[in-house]
Design a protein around this ligand. Structure first.
Ligand SMILES: NC(=O)c1ccc[n+]([C@@H]2O[C@H](COP(=O)([O-])OP(=O)(O)OC[C@H]3O[C@@H](n4cnc5c(N)ncnc54)[C@H](OP(=O)(O)O)[C@@H]3O)[C@@H](O)[C@H]2O)c1
Length: 350
């Protein structure tokens, strides 16, 4: 029996994870956490808000599914990897913001890091433990979001309701807006760099509207392995929770007849957050942390009606310009960089 601690149990990923756990006799939910929603009785141990590592200390799980939203998920990510506990990571923000610290924790504790993000789960499977020198490059696919094909001038007045209408994935509000701005693909670019140790110039992003191909790994012999499937997060959640087995899920099989696969280059003029993320990742240090923090604040301001859609990129740009990006030697220095970036972004969003 695998003892699962589920953090972010009330969210989009959290609810789908509960479905997977309930359908699988080999999985047992021993602890659950949310940010503010009541979850009494959901698991033997529950916690609403507060320090999630307290709950993890008490629960002693075999696997932590971190589906918390945002930078708040970082302590739990570090907790699992430091202790050699398997981490199923949906909370990409913790790896983006704390990349070096997260990898150092994994190095010390030896915890297995299994990506839940569908693109990274796909790449993890395509790479299948291949040596770095065999890998030529990686490709992350992006749906392009609800505003694909529009030009910058057409996005000045778009509303949160329009940004929340994602064409292929049903997700939480923050990641749905991130998909509309392409910030999500920027976060995923940095996530892939840390997960797979591949340099940024060898990670491409391509727009693929139907979201059937989740990721492609290209190898030095000219072969390219792709991972295909319906856009349904229960697949990568189940893969991570039952790894290395592949447990059955209710997701229908993919029929190829009638499935068309289209790809196009992203429009970086209209969606500058992807370019800003790549730049932040390449510069390293705390620039990815600053990118993430400013984006979190700006997306919230956009959803509250305090900031325009195009203002999200402006807020992130300003926070990056105001930062020296000095590397964080420990968690408290990272929290400092995060807080400073939030202050700049809040100033832009006020
Ligand atoms: N949704 C997807 O399909 C998808 C796909 C790939 C990756 N991800 C990633 O998975 C993570 C979760 O996304 P989501 O779409 O599931 O978000 P969501 O629907 O907004 O849910 C967020 C969850 O995090 C909890 N939470 C927020 N702050 C917390 C805190 N300080 N302590 C404990 N719990 C806290 C929320 O609790 P309350 O309900 O109480 O606020 C909720 O359970 C994000 O990092 C996202 O990028 C999501």
């Amino acid at each position: 029996m695998t003892r699962v601690a589920l953090l972010g149990a009330t969210g989009s990923i959290g609810r789908q994870a509960i479905e997977i756990v309930e359908a699988n006799a080999g999985l047992e939910l021993v602890a659950a956490a949310s940010g503010s929603e009541p979850i009494d009785g959901l698991a033997p141990l529950t916690q609403v808000g507060g320090d999630l590592t307290d709950l993890l200390d008490r629960a002693e799980p075999d696997i932590v599914l971190n589906a918390v939203l945002g930078f708040a998920g970082l302590p739990a990510t570090l907790w699992a990897l430091e202790r050699g506990v398997t981490l199923a990571l949906a909370n990409k923000e913790s790896l983006v913001a704390g990349g070096e610290l997260v990898l150092a924790a994994q190095e010390r504790g030896g915890g297995l890091l299994l990506p839940v993000d569908s693109e990274h789960s796909a790449l993890f499977q395509c790479l299948d433990g291949r040596r770095a020198e065999e890998v030529d490059s990686l490709v992350l696919t992006a749906s392009g979001g609800p505003f694909r094909g529009r030009k910058r001038g057409e996005l000045a007045d778009v509303t949160p309701e329009q940004a929340l209408e994602h064409p292929t994935w049903r997700m939480g509000r923050k990641i749905t807006v991130d998909s509309a701005t392409l910030a999500n693909k920027g976060l995923e670019l940095i996530e892939a760099h840390f997960l797979f140790g591949v340099p940024f110039e060898k990670i491409d992003v391509v727009i693929h509207p139907s979201s059937v191909v989740h990721g492609v790994a290209r190898f030095r012999d000219g072969a390219a392995l792709a991972h295909l499937g319906h856009p349904d997060m229960r697949v990568p959640i189940s893969f991570a929770l039952t790894y290395p087995a592949r447990a059955a899920t209710p997701v229908p099989r993919l029929e190829l007849a009638g499935t068309t696969l289209e790809f196009e280059a992203p429009d970086l003029e209209t969606f500058p957050l992807l370019r800003l993320a790549r730049d932040a990742g390449e510069r390293g240090g705390t620039f990815p942390c600053v990118f993430n923090a400013a984006n979190e604040v700006a997306v919230e301001a956009f959803l509250d009606g305090r900031l325009s859609f195009l203002g999200i990129a402006d807020a992130v740009d300003e926070a990056l310009a105001a930062s020296d990006g000095a590397p964080a030697r420990d968690l408290s220095e990272l929290v400092e960089a995060d807080t400073a970036a939030r202050t700049v972004a809040e100033g832009v969003s006020a």
